[in-house]
Design a protein around this ligand. Structure first.
Ligand SMILES: Cc1cc2nc3c(=O)[nH]c(=O)nc-3n(C[C@H](O)[C@H](O)[C@H](O)COP(=O)(O)OP(=O)(O)OC[C@H]3O[C@@H](n4cnc5c(N)ncnc54)[C@H](O)[C@@H]3O)c2cc1C
Length: 371
């Protein structure tokens, strides 16, 4: 089977690994000149750790990231409210944690480079035409190729989605922006720490042996553009309400600290993610806001389920796509909608106990099998 994957992010690299194991001829195109990810830490929920393990990279992720068993929830002053913990796996493996984004990307990219996957960087797709026997793809350099299946893994602002679903209307801005900053990890931060105030949530998550990252969701009517030096000032200002909990961390936030600031919007394709021989996976089909730390895990699960269904359908792409959708839709919709709901509850100032309860329920749902 000849398969084209568009996008070399978490979804595309995972799909390349899973599909190449079937003996398929896989060609991956990535628009950037290098396979790389920018950003600070990436929370790995139960769902994400399990999917990465099933993909075959669990040991490297555990060695280069940080594994723990859940979250201690505090009020904004640092008083402990409750702990939301997960039991280790049967083999004693801790099933939550975080990892530096560039590190996860490098693990996946190195694995793909060690396969027969044909990697083409600085390339994209400008046109498609699906027929009963194949999909002819025109690349940005004018070249053409014909494939049995095209996997569009080009992220939340997918141009492949625009090509196959011009009618798709993106979900509007969620009303929150997400701040992330990277710090040295103090020895006492050995699991996730969450601090809830009336209208916001801030957290610290260890993401390597010596680093942790901080996340903060801020309700903002209209996201602002901040210069690098202003980012640090603004972050210090808005973290003021957590001053007691953050002890010495706030004064250490200056222009040398790596800070990311991004408006949060969710993406969800309702109904089938496919048209003809082209299917969307990962954020191109469903990008939740990060409230459950599950977007990356859903992308890896997509790759694993797609490969299994392609294998089981003995080359019948439409059958593989139909079974993929039946398995993926309910789970994906639940995660995207619950993530958005948690954001709305934070903005509305709903009681912390209710927000924590929804999070605990979601953790149970995410534990369920994805296949
Ligand atoms: C602020 C923020 C914080 C987040 N935090 C977490 C978290 O803690 N935990 C978690 O699990 N998830 C988190 N997520 C979600 C997570 O980042 C995504 O779900 C995940 O990265 C999706 O991977 P992807 O491969 O589908 O998309 P992407 O990571 O966006 O990758 C898409 C790839 O396609 C390439 N591409 C784009 N267009 C083209 C084209 N036309 N042709 C070829 N290539 C193309 C891009 O260059 C990129 O390499 C967060 C998201 C945001 C916005």
């Amino acid at each position: 089977m000849r398969i084209l994957i568009v996008g070399g992010g978490i979804a595309g690299l995972s799909a390349a690994l899973a599909l190449s194991k079937l003996g398929s001829e896989v060609h991956l195109v990535e628009v950037q000149p290098r396979l790389q990810a920018i950003g600070t830490g990436l929370t790995m929920s139960l769902l994400t750790c399990r999917a990465l393990r099933d993909l075959g990279v669990g040991d490297e992720v555990a060695a280069q990231g940080f594994r723990h068993n859940g979250w201690d929830v505090h009020d904004r002053h640092g008083n402990h409210i409750e702990s939301v913990l997960s039991a280790p796996s049967d083999s004693g493996e801790l099933l939550e944690g975080a990892i530096l984004r560039p590190v996860l990307h490098a693990i996946l990219a190195d694995r793909v480079r060690a396969t027969d996957v044909r990697l083409e960087l600085g390339a994209s797709v400008s046109g498609l035409s699906s027929t009963a026997t194949g999909c002819t793809v025109t690349f940005s350099n004018g070249r053409q190729g014909t494939y049995d299946m095209v996997v569009a893994a080009d992220g939340a602002y997918s141009s492949m989605r625009r090509l196959i679903m011009p009618e798709f209307a993106a979900t509007p801005y969620s009303g929150q922006v997400c701040w992330r900053a990277l710090f040295d990890r103090p020895a006492h931060v050995v699991r996730g720490m969450m601090f809830q105030s009336d209208h916001a949530k801030m957290g610290l998550n260890p993401c390597s042996s010596d680093k942790m990252y901080m996340f903060f969701n801020e309700a903002v009517a209209e996201p602002q553009r901040h210069s690098r030096s202003h980012l640090a000032n603004r972050l210090r200002e808005i973290l003021g309400e957590f001053e007691k909990a953050l002890a010495g961390l706030i004064p250490a936030i200056d222009e040398h600290v790596e800070i990311n600031y991004r408006p949060l919007d969710a993406c969800l394709v309702r109904g089938a993610y496919h048209r003809g021989r082209v299917i969307l996976i990962g954020d191109a089909a469903h990008g939740p806001t990060p409230h459950l730390g599950a977007g990356a895990g859903l992308a890896v699960e997509d790759a694993l389920v797609l490969a299994r269904e392609v294998d089981a359908s003995a080359g019948c792409v439409s059958r593989a796509f139909a079974s993929f959708m039946k398995i993926r839709s309910p789970r994906v919709e639940y995660v995207v909608e619950t993530s958005l709901k948690l954001g709305r509850m934070e903005m509305a100032g709903e009681p912390v106990s209710q927000r924590t309860e929804i999070m605990a329920q979601a953790r149970e749902r995410m534990k369920e099998s994805y296949s």
